[in-house]
Ligand binder design. Structure first.
Ligand code: SAH
Length: 364
């Protein structure tokens, strides 16, 4: 079989379960992002979905994680499709009740059990059929021409791995002095950018295979305004603080300098133009919408506790994968204390950018 996914893929899941540090309880920042495009998503689906003339809609959420965010997203899509259907029925086009098949995708380590335990009643009443699809969304996950609507939110800044050169001492792109792409060293930026372009290209190519003609792909994510460096944003400042904590921990012998120097986050925020170029490169979709959307919390300084909780739930997996479980809690505790001592000066930071993209699969 062609294009098989490797059995061992890097995985850094969000914290599962429903405990105090879980994604369920610590994803209101991501939820606010989703909420900010709810109406826009509805309007775009109503305006752009073709009359598929079918009774089963297949919807996938790529990188669903756990909790109500993915369920809200899917509910919004289903309600909108039902509304669209009613409008068509009034025109006499179709009068059967449609069925909805929903596919929740994430990496295999995602806590699918908790997700399925929290499915709303209407799934259990068999109005909507749910299943989990484990695997990397940088590969094809569904058979050809089988999906009508794909969605992904707060996901595409996660690369599947770290660019090789940034960990290679002999490379000009060796990112010895940082744990992320600060955009201060051109070679490092280029290494991240190259991998990002390859992976987003693969994401779009996989969706090209899976979506039917006229099928929609909705993407909500994070990038940087053109010309802004990651290090100047509050998220970049946070990554630097985590690095400082790691350096102190290496000095105290809790971890080693080598481990810190070889740690690089598999995260990349492209500049808006870079993203646009990659989207335009794949000729199989029309870009119906690609724009900045304001995040509801953009203008408010976030509290230290809030920042610490976001980073604990989202970064726990990736830190644990590299440093082992003896380091991760200590690091995140130190980071939380550091934030209290040196709160982020939001006035001094430049803004990152939330984007909304709405693609429509062209007819072959
Ligand atoms: N979409 C949800 C969750 C976002 S958290 C929301 O908006 O709240 C990011 C999720 O993307 C995590 O669950 C992570 O495991 C998943 N993810 C990251 N890279 C992935 C990949 N290559 N394939 C599938 N899922 C991925």
């Amino acid at each position: 079989m062609a294009n098989r996914m490797p059995t061992s893929i890097h995985s850094y899941p969000m914290i599962g379960g429903d405990g105090p540090h879980s994604y369920i309880r610590n994803s209101s920042y991501q939820k606010a992002a989703i909420e900010s495009v709810r109406t826009k998503t509805r309007e775009a689906i109503l305006a752009k979905t073709p009359n598929f003339d079918l009774n089963i809609y297949k919807i996938a959420d790529f990188g669903c994680s756990v909790g109500s965010n993915t369920l809200d997203v899917v509910q919004n899509i289903i309600e909108t499709l039902k509304l669209k259907r009613q409008q068509e029925e009034n025109k006499g086009d179709n009068n059967e009740h449609p069925e909805f098949h929903v596919f929740f995708n994430d990496k295999p380590d995602n806590d699918f059990n908790t997700l399925f335990k929290t499915l709303p009643q209407y799934y259990l009443d068999r109005e909507v059929f749910a299943c989990g699809v484990p695997g990397s969304f940088y590969h094809q996950l569904f058979s050809r021409n089988s999906l009508h609507i794909g969605h992904t939110s707060n996901t595409l800044h996660w690369l599947s791995t770290t660019p090789e050169d940034v960990c290679n001492q002999n490379s000009q792109a060796w990112n010895k002095n940082s744990i992320h792409c600060t955009n201060l060293v051109n070679e490092v930026t280029q290494a991240y950018k190259k991998l990002f372009e390859k992976e987003i290209g693969a994401f779009i190519e996989a969706r090209t295979q899976e979506l039917v003609s006229g099928g929609l792909m909705i993407i909500l994510g994070w990038c940087l305004p053109d010309g802004v460096k990651m290090i100047r944003t509050w998220k970049g400042v946070v990554f630097d603080m985590i690095e400082d904590c790691l350096i102190h921990m290496a000095k105290s012998g809790i971890t080693s300098v080598e481990k810190v120097e070889s740690f690089n986050l598999p995260i990349y925020f492209p500049q808006f133009n870079e993203l646009k170029e990659v989207m335009e490169k794949n000729g199989c979709f029309t870009i119906e919408i690609m724009e900045e959307v304001k995040h509801p919390m953009e203008d408010m300084p976030l509290s230290n506790d809030f920042i610490a909780s976001i980073f604990r739930t989202t970064m726990h997996g990736v830190i644990e994968e590299h440093f082992g479980d003896g380091v991760v809690d200590e690091l995140l505790d130190r980071f939380a204390k550091e934030l209290t001592k040196h709160p982020i000066d939001f006035k001094d930071c430049q803004k990152d950018m939330q984007y909304f993209i709405f693609l429509k699969r062209k007819t072959d």
